[in-house]
Design a protein around this ligand. Structure first.
Ligand code: EPZ
Length: 430
């Protein structure tokens, strides 16, 4: 067990390199199930969610070969089953992509309900409806196993009641080798949806319209291998941009696609931060006091829900009263209690949080409630006066490659420290 210890109040200065997009790579790795020969994917982040997905693919019979730290070659030709053991999939949410990919390849799949960050109820009814519209008979077995089967995956119209990244990606995976045409309406438009479409098309698929709310998929008989480099992680980039702003520093964020950052950049500008865009990097510099702003999280191209906690950490010590509305998930404010332990003045009323900016946050012992909340607590610790100790940091390692190693060159006084077992310490007291 480890914790992160950060001594705050130091402006971040220098350059940071952004890795590949977690939420794209998890979909791409699942998509390799649909190829009849080897896929090579570059720019994959070295994070635990990717390691778990690679482990699952290997357990299912794939030949997985890591090439250096950030590339992998995968051949799933000898996959022998559409069944994924429960103990492998309960850890994280993206395991549900295995449903779409296995169903798309074999016409059947048996996967346990996904895990993932706790933001309240996270149904998968849109995924199930989409599979049924492609011909699946879906049954729910004991141990939260979802089983689906069809004689022939058949394309058709799929309309989503709710804009869902996961359901859009899952239906794409299921439909890409179906008989006939699938038209997805009310599709998610996130950059990682587009990245998956580009990856599948480089394998020989015929997908048009990704990035709009209507995606047309002409089913093909089979897909070949490919070589592909995934996009930079929009949320990792946004996290470091906010960290630079919260510490009143000056940071070049390298390996980004500025267009993916538009809503985040717009909000930073509104807070009084200086943001300058280049072809594949963004420069962020912040004055000593930031201004309030209003945030409402929306599906892309709106403000991303995965940047909501990081902005709360920033606005907690900005001038004025900020309003944060969570438009995607049922309950994504639990972490705010941890910010109040650091002196933040926040009132939560349902899916709206009112943040009264304070002069500065104070270091304190806090914990990470989930992946992005953990990143938010790191930002709060970097900006606070004094020392912050952050536990439950496994959440952070799920989605951020070496966050401490990337912050130290920027001047942060931050380290990982093992947590000796309190019981051991106590037993040593004579
Ligand atoms: C993906 O989750 C991401 N995870 C999340 O990122 C991200 O917050 C979310 O998309 C929104 O952008 C991965 O890509 C692995 P949704 P997902 O389906 O697919 C409701 C991170 O930190 N809904 O777009 O689960 C749902 O309850 C993680 O990287 C249904 O009602 O999100 C939510 O209110 C956290 N029925 C809304 O739609 C369904 O069948 C959007 O969820 C599916 C979703």
């Amino acid at each position: 067990m480890e914790k992160i210890v950060v001594n705050g109040g130091i402006p971040l200065r220098g350059e940071v390199e952004i890795g590949g997009a977690k939420n794209a790579v998890l979909a791409l790795l699942s998509a390799t199930i649909l190829a009849k020969d080897t896929c090579r994917i570059d720019n994959i982040p070295n994070i635990s969610d990717v390691s778990i997905m690679l482990h699952i693919l290997h357990q299912l019979g794939a030949n997985v070969r890591r090439v250096g730290k950030n590339a992998v070659e995968i051949n799933t030709r000898y996959f022998n089953s559409g069944e994924v053991p429960h103990e492998l999939t309960k850890h994280f949410r993206a395991s549900y992509y295995l449903l779409g990919a296995l169903f798309g390849r074999f016409g059947h799949a048996r996967v346990a309900m996904p895990g993932g960050c706790d933001f309240g109820v996270r149904p998968i009814d849109q995924h199930i409806r989409g599979f049924e519209l492609l011909g699946a008979t879906v049954t729910f077995e004991e141990n939260a196993i979802i089983s689906m089967r069809t004689e022939q995956v058949t394309g058709g119209p799929v309309y989503f009641d709710v804009v869902s990244v996961g359901a859009t990606i899952n239906v794409m995976l299921a439909a890409v080798r179906a008989r006939g045409v699938t038209i997805i309406e009310n599709a998610a438009k996130e950059p990682h949806v587009v990245d998956l479409a580009n990856f599948l098309n480089s394998m020989g698929a015929d997908i048009r319209g990704a990035g709009t709310d209507i995606i047309k998929i002409h089913g093909v008989n089979d897909l070949h291998g490919c070589e592909y480099t995934t996009i930079p992680d929009q949320i990792e980039a946004g996290t470091y941009m906010v960290a630079a702003a919260a510490t009143h520093g000056e940071v070049f964020v390298r390996n980004v696609i500025p267009k993916h950052m538009e809503s985040i950049t717009a909000k930073l500008l509104e807070c009084g931060v200086m943001v300058k865009e280049y072809d594949d990097s963004i420069f962020v510099a912040a004055p000593n006091r930031l201004q309030r702003c209003k945030i409402k999280t929306m599906p892309h191209p709106g403000f991303p829900t995965d940047m909501q906690p990081q902005f709360a950490a920033l606005l907690a010590a900005a001038d004025g009263t900020s309003i944060i509305s969570e438009g995607i998930f049922e309950n994504r404010f639990r972490y705010m209690e941890q910010l109040t332990h650091m002196g933040a003045d926040i009132k939560v009323d349902g899916k709206v949080a009112i943040v009264e900016g304070v002069r500065f946050l104070r270091g304190a012992p806090v914990k990470a409630y989930d992946l992005r909340a953990g990143a938010a607590m790191v930002i709060a610790g970097l900006s606070a006066q004094g020392v912050t100790e952050l536990t439950d940091i496994d959440y952070i390692d799920r989605g951020y490659e070496d966050i401490v190693g990337k912050l130290i060159p920027l001047g942060a006084d931050i380290r990982r420290q093992s947590i000796s077992d309190i019981r051991t310490n106590v037993s040593n007291i004579s």
